[in-house]
Each structure stands twice: as C-alpha cells, then as structure tokens.
Design a protein around this ligand. Structure first.
Ligand code: 13P
Ligand code: SF4
Length: 348
C-alpha cells in the first residue's frame, strides 16, 4: 500500500503522495460543515475541475464537472485548463492526469484508492516479462502504475483496446497486461494471439454465471450488460460487453426495460438518471447475495475526503520528471490511436 511522505523507492521512480501536514483531517472536521457548499467554494477559489469515474458514489458523480470512463477522463485530464484536478477515482487515474498535466495540482480524495490489477503487476516483474519477449509489442491496460506505463509501448483502455489491436500489423506479436480476462476477451474479438499477464479485477471476477442465469429466469425480459474485465463465463451469458461508457450507451439505446449489470454497481446511478423508466439489477456473485459488485478501492473516496483533499492540496500526486516523460509516451500513443471521442460523452 502506498505510504505518504516519502517515495517508496529511494531512486524516485515511484509516485509520491505528499503528506498533508497543515491538515484538517476527517477526525477534526466540523460535523455541521456544509461539505457540498465548501467543495463549491474551493472549486471556484482554486479553479479546480472535478473528474469522477462511473464507479464513484452517486453524490460524488453528481457534483463532478465530468463523469466518464478511463479514456474519457484521460482526454479530459489532458484538455482541461483548470489549475487543480480533483480526481475521484483510483490512484492510477490520478497519475494519468498528472502525467498529462504536470503543471497542474492533482489531488485524490484517498491515497489508498488502488486497484487489484495495478497491484498484480509490479514494475520489476513486468520488466522481466518484457525482457523475456523481446519481439513483442507491449499493450498495457491503463489500470497499472506509472512505472509499468513507462515500461510499455502503448496504453489501452477497455474502450480503445479492440480498435488499437485491430490496427496493429498482423505479424506483430503482442504482450497484454495486466488483466487476463480483458486480454482473453480481446483475443476472441480480434483473433490475435497475445501473451497474457495473469492479473484480474477483484470486482469483475466475482460475478457468477449461474446466479446471473437464475436472475434472468426470474426477469425473462432482462438483458445482461457486462464489462470485459469479467471472466469468459460471464461474457457468455451477456447480451452486451463493453467499457463503462459503452454499457451506458447500450442501456440507453436499447428499448428493453430491464437490465442486469455485470460491472461495478455505482454505474447504475448514471443509468437510472438517464433512463428513469428502466430497471437495473446489479449482477449477483456466487452466493447470490454478496456485495461483490462494489469496488473497495473506489469506495474509499467520500465527499468529506474530497473536500479535505481540495482544502489541504493533499494527498496529491507528484511524479519524478523522468518517470513522467517515460509514462507519457505510451499514453500519447493511445490518445493518437484510440477511436475519436463521441461528442455527447462526459458532461455530468
Ligand atoms: P472503464 O471505465 O474504462 O470501462 O474501466 C473500468 C474500470 O475498471 C476502471 O477501474
Ligand atoms: Fe481496479 Fe476492479 Fe476496482 Fe476497477 S473495479 S479500480 S479494475 S479493482
């Protein structure tokens, strides 16, 4: 887990989350404080833009300037002219914002908001893997650390990967890290053979195909929409597979009235706002009643912590310049190679 105050690596090759020394803290926060009004005030005073991933709590999504998937938010982070980016998502997303906007202050509500995919893929092991496959291009899912990005050729997101892979020369061997389920899904979609890193998302791998099928039998008109981080067994029982924004588009466009949603459940907030006449059911896990559609990392972020991050300007992402430049290259490759942005996406 990331520590505050010092770089984890004395060579300064890792992200530093600065401590909030002058800090107001959660324990000293006035319980009567109007946190939303304070976030508003700081947004104006600090010329801040608030970016939120679809997996954030509804109240955070509602006050964000932009809500989006990983690709949308990367583009937004690159384009904004704010002085401060408040990234309500997980740490690798805030790192992307800092990589693309080094002159901006980038804060995150909780420095411990990590990701099981990022944890599965440490830079040293990743480098050894790359060294063992010298002829392979390395496509790396954006859910990884800045260090792993710096060792990669092209970063992809779940909404850009298929397009990027299809445009690679046919004889180019490919390494794909760190999500083996997304990698396997892309292999099936593109017909490309790829060497896969064995990481998984702890949220998406817990859904149960058996329980989803049982739920579907009780809701015969319901369509299943799944994220490609799900295992193949879930993809097989799904009517649509796509990134968070692609799933949102599917449920918006499709005339069906009921949907089973096999991804992090806070996305249902946007679905319900967008289509109040439709019903959305979170996909169940193996015991049918678990809270497995909840990302514990995303859940660390709260409105109170967001306010404190803006007030204290910490935790904030700082990257050694050498690392930032190395990590920027494969991200820029993605932004060049990704399909063009749709005009309607992003606005909260
Ligand atoms: P997308 O929003 O790009 O689909 O990514 C999902 C995810 O798991 C983010 O952590
Ligand atoms: Fe990582 Fe999965 Fe949480 Fe996304 S939902 S941040 S992939 S653990």
């Amino acid at each position: 887990m990331l520590k505050t105050g010092k770089p984890r690596n004395p060579n300064m090759t890792e992200t530093v989350i600065l401590p909030n020394e002058t800090a107001q803290s959660l324990s000293t926060l006035d319980p009567l404080l109007d946190v939303e009004a304070e976030v508003e005030r700081l947004r104006r005073e600090k010329n801040a833009v608030i970016l939120a991933h679809y997996y954030q709590e509804g109240e955070i999504q509602d006050l964000a300037d932009y809500v989006g998937d990983s690709l949308d938010l990367s583009r937004k982070a690159a384009a904004t002219d704010a002085d401060m980016i408040v990234f309500s998502g997980v740490r690798f997303m805030a790192e992307v914002a800092k990589i693309l906007s080094p002159q901006k202050t980038v804060v995150i509500p909780d420095a411990d908001a990590g990701c099981s995919l990022e944890d599965s893929c440490q830079a040293e092991a990743f480098k050894a893997w790359r060294d063992a496959h010298p002829d392979h291009i390395s496509l790396t899912y954006i859910n990884c650390s800045a260090e792993v990005k710096a060792l990669s050729d092209v970063i992809v997101t779940s909404s850009s990967a298929e397009h990027i892979i299809k445009n690679l020369p046919k004889d180019q061997p490919i390494l794909f890290a760190p999500d083996r389920h997304l990698g396997a899904y892309l292999q099936r979609k593109t017909g490309r053979d790829m060497v896969l890193w064995p990481g998984t998302c702890i949220v998406h791998e817990q859904f149960s195909a058996r329980e989803i099928t049982r739920l579907k039998s009780r809701h015969p008109g319901a369509l299943v929409a799944a994220h490609p981080e799900c295992p193949e067994s879930i993809v097989e029982v799904s009517d649509h597979v796509g990134s968070t924004s692609q799933i949102l588009k599917f449920v918006h466009d499709n005339p069906a009235k009921e949907f089973i949603v096999a991804t992090e459940q806070h996305i249902i907030h946007q679905m319900q706002k967008d289509s109040p006449d439709k019903t959305f059911l979170a996909a169940p896990g193996a015991d049918g009643g678990c809270n497995c559609a909840n990302c514990p990392y995303m859940a660390l972020n709260t409105l109170e912590k967001m306010y404190l991050a803006m007030a204290n300007e910490a935790p904030r992402i700082e990257l050694p310049e050498e690392l930032r430049i190395a990590a920027k290259k494969p991200l820029e490759r993605m932004l060049e190679l990704a399909p063009p942005a749709k005009p309607s996406q992003n606005a909260a």
